[in-house]
Design a protein around this ligand. Structure first.
Ligand code: NAD
Ligand code: MG
Length: 300
C-alpha cells in the first residue's frame, strides 16, 4: 500500500510504492485497471491541485486507466475540464474517472472510440472542441504494446495496429487539433524509454515510440509560430494494465520495474505532475522537448 499523503510529502522514493515481486495476472488487451493487484496509484487519494490549469479545456486519450487516468485526475484538480477518450470495452474504468473529475466540480465528457480510424480521430477532436467550448490542451496517452519474442512471431496485422494506434492516431489527432487551438495551447505526447533503449520483445512498439520523439520535435518547430507548444513525456516501467494485458511476456511481470535503479516500477501518479507542468503556462519557454520519468535510467 502506498505511504503517500500527497505529491509534496517528503519521503524516500525507493520505498514510496510497491516493489517486485508481483503476481502474474493475465488479462486480455486492453485490460481493466480495476482488476490489477496491487492497485496502481493514479493520484485518487494523493494528488493535490492548486488551480494551475484553471479554466483550461483538455482532450486526453487513454484517459480511463493508467497514465491517462492519472493525468485526467490531476488536470481536473488543477481546474481543467476534460474530454476522455478510451475504447468502449473500458467503460467500467472510465466511469470511475468521470466520478473523480465530477467530484472536483469539473466537467468530464466521455467520447469513447477507436483511434485507429482517421474519421473517428477527426470527429473526436471536433466533438471535444464543441463539448468544452474550446480546446487548449491535447494529451496523447493512448497506446498499444504487445510483446513478441521474435520478428518471425510479429504479424503484419500487429505491426500495422501498433503503428495505427501509436503513430497514425497522433498524426490525425494533432492535424485536427492544431487549427482549433489558440496561442498558449499545448500538445503533450507520450513517448517511452523504449524510444531510446528498445526491449528485445518490443520491436514494433519501440519503433513507434522512437517515431513519436521525432514527430514531437518536428511538430513543435512547425506550430510554435502559432504560439502552440509540443512536448513529450517518456516513462520508464509504470505499473499499469498495459503490462499484464500483453505488454510484457507474462513470466516477466513478477519482476516488472526491477531493472530500474529504483528497483520498482513507477506509478501513474508519479507521471502526472510532468504533464501538468507541460500543459500549464509555467513551461512557457519549453517546446520540442522529451522528459523522462524512468526511476533512474536516463534518456540519452
Ligand atoms: P493503459 O493500458 O492504462 O493505457 C493505454 C490506453 O490506450 C488504454 O486505456 C486505451 O484506452 C488506449 N487505447 C489503446 N488502443 C486504443 C485504440 N485503438 N483506440 C483508443 N484508445 C486506445 O496503459 P498505460 O501504461 O497508462 O499507457 C499509456 C501510455 O503510456 C501509452 O502510450 C504507453 O505506450 C505509454 N507508456 C507506458 C509505459 C508503462 O510502463 N506502462 C512506459 C512507457 C510509456
Ligand atoms: Mg485502459
Amino acid at each position: 500500500m502506498s505511504k503517500v499523503r500527497n505529491q509534496y510529502s517528503m519521503q524516500n522514493p525507493l520505498t514510496q510504492y510497491p516493489a517486485p515481486p508481483f503476481s502474474e495476472q493475465p488479462q486480455a488487451a486492453p485490460g481493466l485497471d480495476a482488476q490489477m493487484q496491487p492497485k496502481p496509484d493514479h493520484g485518487e487519494h494523493s494528488y493535490q491541485g492548486f488551480g494551475r490549469l484553471r479554466g483550461r479545456k483538455a482532450l486526453i486519450t487513454g484517459a480511463d486507466s493508467g497514465i491517462g487516468r492519472a493525468v485526467a485526475i490531476a488536470f481536473a484538480r488543477e481546474g481543467a475540464d476534460v474530454v476522455l477518450n478510451y475504447l468502449p470495452v473500458e467503460e467500467r474504468d472510465a466511469r470511475e474517472v468521470v466520478g473523480l473529475i465530477e467530484a472536483e466540480g469539473r466537467k468530464a465528457v466521455t467520447l469513447p472510440g477507436d483511434i485507429k480510424d482517421e474519421a473517428f480521430c477527426t470527429q473526436l477532436v471536433n466533438q471535444a472542441h464543441e463539448a468544452l467550448g474550446g480546446l487548449d490542451i491535447l494529451v496523447n496517452v493512448a497506446g498499444k504494446q504487445v510483446a513478441q519474442k521474435s520478428i518471425g512471431e510479429l504479424s503484419t496485422e500487429q505491426f500495422d495496429a501498433t503503428f495505427k494506434t501509436n503513430v497514425y492516431a497522433l498524426f490525425w489527432l494533432c492535424k485536427a487539433a492544431v487549427p482549433l487551438m489558440p496561442a498558449g495551447a499545448t500538445i503533450i505526447n507520450t513517448a517511452s524509454i523504449q524510444s531510446y533503449q528498445p526491449s528485445v520483445t518490443l520491436l514494433d512498439y519501440a519503433s513507434t515510440k522512437a517515431a513519436i520523439v521525432a514527430f514531437t520535435k518536428a511538430l513543435a518547430k512547425q506550430v510554435i509560430e502559432r504560439g502552440i507548444r509540443v512536448n513529450a513525456v517518456a516513462p520508464g516501467p509504470v505499473w499499469t494494465v498495459l503490462q499484464p494485458s500483453g505488454g510484457q511476456p507474462q513470466e516477466k511481470l513478477p519482476h516488472f520495474g526491477e531493472q530500474s535503479p529504483m528497483k520498482r516500477p513507477g506509478q501513474p501518479a508519479e507521471c502526472a505532475p510532468l504533464y501538468v507542468l507541460l500543459a500549464s503556462q509555467e513551461s512557457s519557454y519549453i517546446t520540442g522537448e522529451v522528459f523522462g520519468v524512468t526511476g533512474g535510467n536516463p534518456l540519452p
